[in-house]
Write a protein that binds this ligand. Structure first.
Ligand code: COI
Length: 353
């Protein structure tokens, strides 16, 4: 396959890097590639960023056959551009594809095409502290057919967005609502895929959380509504009695790349790490017996995001006096230092563009 590159004649103005939010601004170009059963994946191309024209009967619009990824390009002080564990994102995307009956793609080819797109858009990578270029690879089903079955045709696209912090709170603690009324996913479903539908399933409870003054929802398992799963935009960690605890991957939790990095780093620092079932009752007990030291989330968009308050039914749990705990602080520093080239990458996690 040969990648073609068509440059835009009209370049957009770049945003003020000191005022970036998340996911509202897009660069001048995008990557596109199509699939049909005769050609397999074909016509890979970088071209001007344009809307996708769709028939109203397009499968993805009706049945949500869509998967995506999120990764970031970071600019170092010397102007180099770094990616953090990017191949893991493409591996996970192919895994999500398999789970939604979408044909797999050549990870190395797409990785290379993405790098060329980033090179073309390098002036869009913001340089202000803690900003980056968010990369969103996405695959959607494009048949025009209302029958419920896997599409025969697909579009793979990658768009880029200069971003700041995901949460308005930045690195300050966020407030999390533990929902009793809704579930995000069940084992045997597609909870561990990065599928669009999982995010659609999270919206109603998200609105409920917002109305009550909370930033995000913490999901409990779909069967017993007892065991802690994830936050939806991030995985969740607890420091209980000096042990770092996170729900084990059980089929309905997204296997986060930042989650994995946190576990590896903490073990390297000789922090005791436990991936296990943890119930909301265990967590409340830990809080009541003053053993709950820290709560934080991890994700590409959220990085490390401290949690200062959780609400479950009538119980409000305050964590760490609303301050950022030492483990979250250390992890945030260590991970962002590697990403921004302030520290040596001893783990082989960085790919330079
Ligand atoms: C990410 O962390 O990249 C995500 O995809 C989470 C959210 C923005 C959907």
């Amino acid at each position: 396959m040969q990648l073609t590159i068509t440059k835009s004649e009209l370049l957009k103005p770049k945003p003020d890097n000191s005022k970036l939010g998340f996911g509202t601004i897009f660069t001048d170009h995008m990557f596109n590639m199509d699939y049909n059963p005769d050609n397999g994946w074909y016509n890979p191309r970088i071209e001007p960023y344009t809307p996708i024209l769709m028939d109203p009967a397009t499968t993805v619009l009706h049945y949500g056959q869509a998967v995506f990824e999120g990764l970031k390009a970071y600019k170092t002080d010397s102007g180099a551009v770094r990616l953090f564990r990017p191949k893991d994102n493409f591996k996970r995307l192919n895994r999500s594809c398999r789970m939604l009956c979408i044909p797999e793609f050549d990870e190395n080819f797409v990785f290379d095409a993405m790098k060329q797109l980033i090179v073309l858009e390098k002036d869009w990578i913001p340089g202000a502290p803690e900003t980056s270029l968010y990369i969103r690879p996405t695959v959607i089903a494009t048949d025009n057919f209302l029958g419920v079955c896997a599409s025969h045709t697909y579009r793979f696209f990658i768009i880029l967005s200069p971003v700041g912090a995901y949460y308005a709170e930045g690195f300050n603690p966020v407030k999390i609502w533990v929902t009793k009324n809704h579930v995000r996913a069940v084992r045997g479903g597609i909870g561990e895929a990065k599928a669009a539908g999982n995010y659609a399933a999270s919206l109603y409870a998200g609105e409920e959380a917002h109305k009550n003054g909370y930033t995000q929802v913490l999901w409990l398992d779909g069967v017993h509504q007892k065991y802690i799963e994830e936050v939806g935009s991030m995985n969740i960690f607890f420091v209980i009695d000096d042990e770092l605890v996170t729900p084990m991957l059980n089929g309905s939790i997204l296997p986060g790349i930042t989650r994995d990095s946190v576990i590896i780093m903490a073990k390297k620092w000789d922090i005791k790490v436990s991936e296990r079932l943890i119930s909301i009752d265990d967590l409340i007990d830990a809080h009541d017996s003053e053993k709950l030291q820290e709560v934080f989330g991890s994700g590409t968009a959220a990085v490390i995001s401290p949690v200062g308050e959780m609400k479950y039914g009538d119980r409000v749990i305050n964590i760490g006096g609303g301050k950022v705990g030492p483990v979250a602080k250390r992890l945030y520093q260590a991970i962002t230092d590697i990403q921004y080239g302030r520290a040596e990458d001893t783990m082989g996690w960085i790919e330079e563009v």
